[in-house]
Ligand binder design. Sequence first.
Ligand SMILES: Nc1nc2c(ncn2[C@@H]2O[C@H](COP(=O)(O)OP(=O)(O)OP(=O)(O)O)[C@@H](O)[C@H]2O)c(=O)[nH]1
Ligand SMILES: [Mg+2]
Length: 288
Amino acid sequence: MSIQWYPGHMTKARREIAKAMPSQDVILEVLDARLPASSANPMLAEIRGGKPCVKVLTKSDLADPAVTEAWLRHFEAAAVGGPVLAVALTTDRPGEARARIAELCGRLCPRASTSFKPVRALIVGVPNVGKSTLVNTLMNRAVAAVGDKPAVTKAQQQVVLKNGMVIWDSPGVMWPNVEDEGASLRLALAGSIPPTAIDFLTVAIFGAALLLERYPDRLRARFKLGELPTTGAAIVEAVGRARGCLRTGGVVDLHKAAEILVHDVRSGALGRISLESPPRIPDGLAVA
Ligand SMILES: Nc1nc2c(ncn2[C@@H]2O[C@H](COP(=O)(O)OP(=O)(O)OP(=O)(O)O)[C@@H](O)[C@H]2O)c(=O)[nH]1
Ligand SMILES: [Mg+2]
């Protein structure tokens, strides 16, 4: 199953990102801490070329802390790639993220301490990962619109921080054709792809299977399921039954059950969940 969701503003955004790239000092690549590999758009990596880059793993408050730690180690061990940090933009003290990001950008831009020219940074990432929230955190006030759905930002916006740094927020950019089925389902489960572009029940069944594999106890406890069914589809049905989503004749309303399950995954009601783990790195080996 490939996802084709590429609204017009993304074509424009991609062009504008490519155009703005040469004048940037640093790229802030925003990734969702719950799925740092699947939310990395290879198209953006291509446009970025060799520009210094800070990976910002947002929503770490929703991700499994042990898995986020493993991702940080994974990225730090990479032979290529710049610094990486995990942040919880809506719960952490904003001053901390601001200071860490400013320090990293300064470190990556060698002329920062010797020139009066401001450091310029471009924020890029797939939809709904928290790019505009990061802009607001860096500015310490709400200057960019944020919303809990993909494609809120439709045009580039520039802001100037108190320390003189110039930051560009950009619209979330998906790739024109997401062929990796697992990645597209993880992106949809996390809320980066709208329900109009992918069958919601399929996303819920995928999510249920993922929970069964990674967090079965949470699933059992949240929906009081006792013996767990063995497939994603059967779990969605059991959730529907447990929550009384029944149609006449006692048939489970699978779409309602799917909504409950996906909502609980996204909101953290099932606890802190990571949708993927880094590949295991043999001791002493660096990865690209
Ligand atoms: N729990 C949690 N929620 C966050 C975090 N960062 C952002 N959010 C929420 O994620 C949603 C999307 O945030 P935005 O900043 O609009 O995301 P965006 O990447 O700019 O999205 P587009 O402009 O649509 O591409 C909002 O509901 C934010 O409140 C975080 O660190 N933790
Ligand atoms: Mg935005």
